[in-house]
Design a protein around this ligand. Structure first.
Ligand code: IPE
Ligand code: IPE
Ligand code: MG
Length: 232
């Protein structure tokens, strides 16, 4: 098997399947979201302990998820606030830097204050950058980046300029994992995923664990990333 020399610096997760996980257990969907929050904590800690991984990005809420019933959205917002408050401990303990991307102005002042405080408190941490994608949409991120450049007076955009103007600090993504069995990107990191290695698993996000991620990392090593070139 060809050895892949590109170490996985940036890995992203489409955390899908919380609702189905709960429904399969005769639980309300929100119990699946609660269980899913625990998975984020486990996987983040695992990534922080892996020296190859510099950034782990988690898709927690899309720009399209507002289409869900109000009760589910209300619960997700409460859960987000609880998660942010509780996460402080994990981030400090494991030397993790926190960052949020997405259209954050849609959230309450309380949530935005928590996000700002976490970003500020953890800005010097070095083991991992954990990025939470909240009210995130790939198309929105690209459109906003283009508009920022235009507002700066740029007339002709280059792909380098756009890469730098995106909210996501690393424009290149190495691994994209989607749990829950669907094989689509659902508007996640559209720009960054151009040469990402994609992994899809039937496992529902609450059941995803370190062992399965280890297998993915191992499989990644065996993939040949050609970036359009020809390798002997
Ligand atoms: C992903 O799980 C979490 C969010 C989108 C907030 P889902 O809630 O989409 O779970 P399924 O896909 O309905 O099982
Ligand atoms: C993608 O899951 C969004 C997140 C995981 C936050 P969805 O459940 O919203 O995606 P679709 O609707 O199945 O494409
Ligand atoms: Mg889903």
């Amino acid at each position: 098997m060809m050895h892949n020399p590109h170490t996985p610096q940036h890995i992203a997760f489409i955390m899908d399947g919380n609702g189905r996980w709960a429904q399969a257990r005769n639980l309300p969907r929100i119990k699946g979201h609660e269980a899913g929050a625990e998975t984020i904590r486990k996987i983040t800690t695992f990534c922080a302990e892996n020296p190859m991984i510099e950034t782990a990005t988690f898709y927690a809420f899309s720009t399209e998820n507002w289409k869900r019933p109000k009760t589910e959205i209300r619960f997700l917002m409460q859960l987000l606030l609880r998660y942010l408050k509780k996460e402080r401990h994990t981030l400090r303990k494991h030397n993790i830097r926190f960052k949020a991307i997405g259209a954050l102005d849609a959230f309450t002042a309380e949530i935005r204050e928590q996000i700002d405080a976490l970003e500020e408190e953890t800005k010097h941490n070095t083991a991992l950058t954990q990025i939470m994608a909240l009210n995130y949409g790939g198309r929105l991120e690209i459109t906003e980046a283009a508009n920022r450049l235009i507002a700066q007076g740029k007339r002709q955009l280059t792909s380098e300029m756009l890469s730098e103007a995106l909210q996501t600090p690393y424009s290149e993504l190495d691994i994209m994992v989607r749990t829950g069995g669907e094989m689509r990107l659902s508007n996640f990191l559209l720009w960054q995923s151009s040469y990402a290695e994609l992994f899809f698993t039937e496992t529902m996000w609450p059941d995803f664990n370190e062992a399965e991620l280890s297998k993915i990392l191992k499989a990644y090593e065996g993939r040949e990333r050609r970036f359009g070139a020809i390798h002997a």
